[in-house]
Design a protein around this ligand. Structure first.
Ligand SMILES: CCCCCCCCCCCCC/C=C/C(=O)SCCNC(=O)CCNC(=O)[C@H](O)C(C)(C)COP(=O)(O)OP(=O)(O)OC[C@H]1O[C@@H](n2cnc3c(N)ncnc32)[C@H](O)[C@@H]1OP(=O)(O)O
Length: 268
């Protein structure tokens, strides 16, 4: 019996190409896109395909049906089935939450984002939430804790007392409250979060791929250093600058401006 999929052969994650934007959909709607080994492996394959495709510059992740992701598959865990795909530790669910992805990632949170679902949103660079979305870390109420980045990222993205209240009580935030605390960039009207996220992704994709990736890397790296980010980050900033400024795209960007035309990025 295939967990959560209406049909046995339906992939647990879908990959669609929208120009320079890749749309990855967690596809276990009957289990509210809970993360089991099949979904993690399918996400891993999609992410590896996107990472290797020079034509794809930005990623949008969303969920099929009425949930974004209801977290780890508790039924699989109860049945002692693996919840992470062996061999996909570097990609899959782990890849989504562990920043193994150089390209900017936007979460289109179309519904429940609980446990690992909120952890995916925390790991994404931008978050667009449906106005009916819910974010929460109920792990402690399941005998677990938010081990996929939740306890590590929440206090860096929200005020610590709010992070502690979420993680210690499992209390969910609705989209408006999540946006108020900075967990969400945009709240979209009900049912339009994917469309809004794709529009935002197209805006991001107007930037040069190498510059986008250097920007993402440096912002996350400097964030990791907390307040004492100097001088180590200036050295890293210089290394990234030298690489990007020497790229064909840096020259193309300047030329396009001078010639009053749109740039044609080559990703090198
Ligand atoms: C990974 C990087 C490396 C790090 C290394 C560390 C290891 C990492 C390990 C993995 C990550 C650990 C940290 C994360 C842990 C978790 O995520 S724990 C799970 C947290 N999630 C929850 O507790 C949510 C559980 N679900 C609910 O509370 C409710 O379903 C709901 C979301 C509030 C919706 O309720 P309702 O509308 O009433 O729908 P339901 O009938 O409950 O659900 C519909 C069907 O979906 C099934 N389902 C829902 N959630 C899950 C789930 N999490 N697992 C499995 N199945 C789920 C539900 O059972 C229903 O199915 P049917 O009964 O068959 O219809």
């Amino acid at each position: 019996m295939t967990h959560g999929n209406p049909k046995a052969d339906e992939p647990a994650a879908l990959l669609e190409r929208r120009g320079a934007v890749a749309l990855i959909t967690l596809n276990r709607p009957r289990a509210l896109n809970a993360v089991n080994a099949a979904l993690s492996a399918a996400v891993g394959e999609a992410l590896e395909e996107v990472a290797a495709d020079p034509e794809l510059h930005v990623i949008v992740v969303t969920g099929a049906g009425r949930a974004f992701c209801a977290g780890m598959d508790l039924k699989a865990a109860a049945a002692d089935e693996p919840v992470m795909a062996p061999g996909h530790e570097d990609w899959g669910f782990a890849g989504l939450v562990n920043h193994y992805i150089a390209k900017p990632v936007i979460a289109a949170v179309n519904g429940f984002a609980l446990g690992g679902g909120t952890e995916i949103a925390l790991a994404c660079d931008l978050v667009v939430a449906d106005e009916n979305a819910q974010f929460g870390l109920p792990e402690v109420r399941r005998g677990l804790f938010a081990a996929a980045g939740g306890v590590l990222r929440l206090p860096r993205q929200l005020p610590k007392k709010i992070a502690l209240e979420m993680a210690l009580t499992g209390r969910p935030l609705d989209a408006a409250e999540a946006a108020r605390w900075g967990l969400v960039n945009r709240v979209a009207p009900a049912g339009t979060s994917v469309e809004a996220a794709l529009e935002l992704a197209e805006t991001v994709a107007e930037g040069a791929p190498l510059a986008l990736q250097a920007t993402k890397r440096l912002i996350h790296r400097s964030d990791a250093f907390g307040s004492d980010w100097e001088p180590a980050m200036w050295d890293e900033n210089e290394r990234e600058w030298q690489a990007v400024f020497a790229s064909e795209d840096a020259r193309e960007g300047a030329l396009a401006f001078a010639e009053k035309r749109a740039p044609a990025w080559r990703g090198r």
